[in-house]
Design a protein around this ligand. Structure first.
Ligand SMILES: Nc1nc2c(c(=O)[nH]1)N[C@H]1C(S)=C(S)[C@@H](COP(=O)(O)O)O[C@H]1N2
Ligand SMILES: [Mo]
Length: 374
């Protein structure tokens, strides 16, 4: 997707899908879908406890006491939250899509199971068949579920995306949304919550050398250049996205240099990094008409991060996508290398402060090459 095609909220159908399984759960139909409890009528959420953790009123499939969708929606009337979040996989460059997610904080849902004790972590997973390839679990420390820093949002159990029921492909009827985290914490087709006294993460993603706690990184990504050859004397426009992660976003900068014949690769210790001239990119302003950007029945002031005046408190907003662009004028004929980086609110320029290439969020500085013709 390029910046011309990208809308502020991504059509749920247009998200990049990375779901596991064969067949993927969202390909089920008819009775198989009903048996999987993946329709609005059959969906249930189990809350139980294991390994010395206790819960007063377990809500289980077996005892027909699991929570159903009407109960969740009822809770949403008083406890509901609305949140703009970009889904960002920690192993894929561009964000997968951005949505307005609505749901109920997990801590309020847990109250439906009464008192709990001896709990250190919360494990959760969604519908899966018995193939190990389809299993997908995640977990949170109990304090991440119960406490929230002022001005932030807790993990929540989501049932609406862009004002509509969450489609099956996006993990509906009900999906977990962990505001600060990469996509793998936001488990789709959520059906099980297990309170545990275990202190270890059980995340499926950890098995593949991923950091199971990796908070969203702030990082910029460049849209594919189509074409990659430009006529001389014509302005060259380059655009892309930046993920505004846990440390916020201060600015986005680009560095343009003549092609150096290394196919756009610069070693980490190359002195060129030290003399690079970084210049600011333009960041797209908030949509002027939020009424057009948000579902009809949602007022901006009801959404996390907006003030009572209906304006975003900071821009770009944390956990969403910033769109940037650069207009390059009067370029001499030749080959060029174009790079872009973010600087976060702590003053760290990408790929700092966590330069690890993968497994805790992709944030290597990207390079796109192009040619200006004679
Ligand atoms: N049940 C389940 N939930 C899942 C996954 C999965 O394979 N199964 N993939 C996760 C990963 S790795 C990511 S990045 C996001 C992607 O969300 P999306 O498909 O809505 O774009 O879903 C997460 N939730
Ligand atoms: Mo992912």
């Amino acid at each position: 997707m390029t910046s011309d095609e990208r809308t502020f909220l991504t059509d749920p159908e247009e998200f990049t899908d990375v779901s596991r399984g064969d067949p993927v759960p969202h390909s089920l139909t008819g009775d198989a879908l009903v048996n999987a409890r993946l329709t609005a009528e059959t969906w249930r959420l189990e809350i139980a406890a294991e390994s010395d953790a206790k819960v007063e009123k377990p809500r289980t499939f077996e005892a027909s006491s699991a929570i159903d969708l009407p109960a969740l929606l009822e809770l949403g009337k008083t406890r509901g939250v609305k949140f703009l979040k970009a889904m960002q996989c920690n192993n894929i460059d561009q964000p997968l899509g951005q949505g307005l997610w609505e749901g109920v904080p997990l801590r309020d849902v847990l109250r439906l199971a009464g008192k709990m004790s001896n709990v250190r972590r919360v494990y959760y997973w969604g519908f899966h068949n018995n193939q190990p390839k389809q299993m997908f679990r995640s977990s949170l420390a109990i304090n991440q579920v119960l406490d929230t820093p002022p001005g932030d949002l807790p993990p929540f159990v989501a049932y609406r995306l862009n004002g509509q029921p969450i489609p099956l492909e996006r993990g509906g009827p009900v999906r977990m949304v962990v505001p600060w985290a990469h996509g793998f914490k936001s488990v789709k087709w959520l059906q099980n919550v297990m309170l545990t006294n275990d202190y270890k993460a059980n995340d499926t993603y950890a098995l593949d050398n991923n950091d199971p706690e990796s908070y969203l990184k702030t990082a910029a990504y460049i849209d594919d250049l189509r074409p990659r050859t430009f006529p001389a004397g014509k302005r060259v426009i380059i655009a892309g996205t930046a993920m505004v992660g846990w440390p916020g976003l201060e600015l986005i900068e680009y560095w343009l240099r003549p092609e150096a014949g290394t196919h756009g690769v610069i070693a980490d210790d190359d002195p060129a990094w030290k003399t690079a001239q970084w210049r600011p990119c333009a960041i797209a302003p908030p949509p002027t008409d939020w009424g057009g950007g948000l579902p009809a029945d949602v007022k901006p002031s009801q959404v996390w991060g907006f003030g009572v005046d209906g304006k975003p408190k900071e821009w770009p907003m944390r956990f969403s996508i910033a769109q940037w662009s650069v207009a390059l004028e009067d370029l001499k004929p030749g080959g060029y290398e174009f790079r872009v980086r973010t600087v976060d609110k702590n003053g760290f320029a990408q790929p700092e402060p966590r330069p690890f290439r993968q497994r805790s969020g992709r944030n290597a500085i990207q390079c796109k090459q192009f040619i200006v013709m004679t």
